[in-house]
Write a protein that binds this ligand. Structure first.
Ligand code: SF4
Ligand code: SF4
Length: 113
């Protein structure tokens, strides 16, 4: 379980494929997941939505549904300070996801060591 709850802003899936998505869709990893669905400003995982009933629990576990906000991204504020995305207020997360969908945010991915 992660410290902060997930509010389904979708930011994580807008910038990077989870392991399940990597297996399904392949490289590159750092991109919007093709399975990501938005209903208004709330996201859903299309893989979970489409999974047959008997596989939903397994898919939920694989994508970490219900475990809280797992994103490790940092956001540079106007003050130059880097903040943990996961700990931002809900409305800020939703607003940033909206801006990301509109291509208004520059995302830099750390190199894997
Ligand atoms: S498969 Fe689902 S949880 Fe994984 S990145 Fe895509 S939308 Fe997100
Ligand atoms: S960034 Fe965090 S709060 Fe937003 S959908 Fe991903 S896990 Fe949930």
């Amino acid at each position: 379980m992660y410290e902060m709850p997930c509010n389904n802003c979708g930011f994580c899936c807008l910038i990077q494929l989870c392991k399940t998505a990597q297996q399904l869709y392949g490289a590159p990893r750092n991109r919007r997941c093709p399975a990501l669905i938005f209903e208004g400003n709330k996201s859903r995982c299309g893989v979970l939505v489409a999974a047959p009933q008997h596989l939903k629990d397994q898919v939920s576990r694989n994508i970490g549904a219900g475990e809280g906000c797992s994103i490790s991204a940092k956001v540079r504020g106007a003050d130059g300070v880097f903040y943990d995305f996961a700990k931002l207020p809900d409305e800020v997360k939703l607003g940033l996801a909206d801006r990301q969908r509109n291509g208004e945010i520059e995302v830099r991915h750390r190199r894997k060591k």
